[in-house]
Design a protein around this ligand. Structure first.
Ligand SMILES: [Zn+2]
Ligand SMILES: [Zn+2]
Length: 128
């Protein structure tokens, strides 16, 4: 895996708040800081199983519009490990742990508005 050359996708500081359950905080080379909650990261899990699930969900939109969504307990993390120097792997409280979050993908997943515009503009237009 080549090292990211894009400074926007190079972390200078990575903190995973497992005990407090606050989520993940990353500071990037370009000065930007990102915060992610564990439920958010769980929803965006990049593993093949979850990607399949999300695709299926996107296909049957009517079911997703259920006015009475099932109660889901808030997902936290049991532990987190770094994978080489390019990714982190999170063991979630629901037992799921196959997702490897590369910093590249994490920057694109940054929930702030600026990053949504910068990295997910195209994706947003297709779902609107
Ligand atoms: Zn997954
Ligand atoms: Zn951001």
């Amino acid at each position: 895996m080549p090292l990211p050359i894009d400074s926007r996708k190079k972390p200078t500081d990575v903190k995973v708040f497992v005990t407090t359950g606050e989520g993940v905080a990353i500071a990037w080379s370009d000065g930007h800081a990102s915060r992610y909650t564990f439920p958010y990261l769980r929803d965006e899990c990049p593993c093949a199983t979850c990607r399949d699930e999300r695709e299926k969900k996107a296909q049957d939109k009517p079911a997703a519009a259920n006015p009475l969504p099932m109660f889901k307990p808030r997902v936290t993390a049991k532990s987190a490990t770094s994978v080489g120097n390019y990714a982190i792997q999170i063991q979630f409280s629901d037992g799921h742990s196959t997702g490897i979050y590369s910093f590249d993908a994490l920057r694109e997943l940054c929930p702030c508005e600026a990053c949504a515009k910068e990295f997910r503009h195209a994706a947003k237009e297709t779902t609107a």
